[in-house]
Design a protein. Structure first.
Length: 340
């Protein structure tokens, strides 16, 4: 028959077993969390206190945990030296910016590593390096303090006046506001139903805006000239009105004439088109024709100014030759020859 152990021995053995189970469980959990993984260390100096950080705070890159805070040391100048323990294989570019971000509004914080431009190709910092680029975190208390100062500057009476005035202005406009919301919903549904056309319209509108911006100087000049024109036209509005009425009457008469003689006008237009087509085909020859006409009249003028009886040739023609021709061909009818 087996001897039974004393009670105090069994209690001691149970306590030892519980301690061993707890220790093994703790080691297993820490191992699962990577506490015993081999990693490397980086340091960073934060230009502010590390409030909210501890030696178990996470280190993340793009939301992925890549390590933890190993140590925190407050310097006499108020800055904080933080040691980061990163997992093996984690690459930290030399363009990395370090910031302290909150996990939630009132929760703990973590170290956020923002890789920067060299995230893919590097170069990457070596183990033991010191990161110098930091970003000021958005502190909720600072935001609340600024908001508190803003609220202190606002007079509650002014706010009450604005709210009251707005309420009075929209009083009784419920049906109209409802229709506006319904119409807005309808327009949104149409835009979604014709999404490609909507996108094209927005692109065209963007191009139009860019074109207007590129021609802002011309638009300003046109507006200025229009203003100058209006300053001249407005004092003479009655004359401008009479001119426009006359132009309208002329346009009406011309329209009626064209309607009454549509066939003749059509024939004229067809004939004119033929003439213009022929003239267009001869455009390269126009300069030669004009030069010939210029030479003809130039030579004629030179001939008229040639010396002759009575001083010049034209004087001789006027004095004798033209009168003789008139008397020969016109018989008894006198010739009226105008002196040059």
């Amino acid at each position: 028959m087996r001897a039974e152990l004393p009670l105090h021995v069994r209690v001691a053995a149970g306590l030892v077993g519980l301690v061993l189970v707890a220790a093994i469980s703790t080691v297993a959990v820490d191992y699962g969390l990577g506490a015993y993984d081999h990693g490397y260390r980086l340091t960073v100096t934060l230009p502010h206190s590390a409030q909210g950080l501890d030696d178990h705070s996470d280190v993340k890159i793009r939301g992925v945990t890549v390590g933890s805070v190993g140590a925190i040391h407050l310097r006499p100048d108020g800055h904080t030296d933080v040691t980061l323990v990163l997992q093996q294989g984690t690459r930290v570019p030399d363009t990395t910016v370090v910031s302290v971000e909150p996990l939630s509004v009132f929760g703990p914080k973590f170290i956020d590593l923002r890789p920067g431009a060299h995230e893919v190709d590097g170069p990457f910092v070596a183990p033991g390096a010191h990161l110098t680029a930091t970003a000021e975190p958005v502190d909720l208390s600072a935001v609340i303090n600024r908001t508190d100062a803003l609220l202190d500057a606002i007079d509650p009476a002014d706010v009450a006046t604005i709210v009251s005035t707005f309420g009075e202005s929209v009083g009784g406009l419920g049906p109209a506001l409802r229709r506006i919301l319904d119409d807005t919903t309808t327009l949104t549904d149409l835009a979604v139903a014709h999404l490609p056309d909507t996108v094209q319209f927005l692109n065209d509108l963007s191009q139009l805006s860019s074109s207007l911006a590129d021609n802002a100087t011309n638009i300003t000049t046109t507006a200025t000239n229009t203003s100058d024109l209006l300053s001249v036209v407005v004092p003479r509005a009655d004359r401008v009105t009479a001119l426009l009425d006359g132009a309208s009457q002329v346009a009406g008469s011309l329209s009626a004439y064209i309607d009454d003689h549509a066939q003749s006008f059509g024939t004229f237009v067809d004939s004119a088109s033929v003439v213009l087509r022929v003239a267009y085909d001869r455009v390269p020859q126009f300069p030669d024709v004009f030069r010939m006409i210029d030479q003809f009249f130039g030579r004629t003028g030179d001939a008229i100014r040639l010396p002759g009886p009575g001083g010049t040739l034209i004087a001789a023609l006027h004095g004798g030759v033209l009168e003789s021709l008139c008397s020969e061909f016109m018989l008894a009818t006198p010739c009226q020859v105008t002196s040059p």
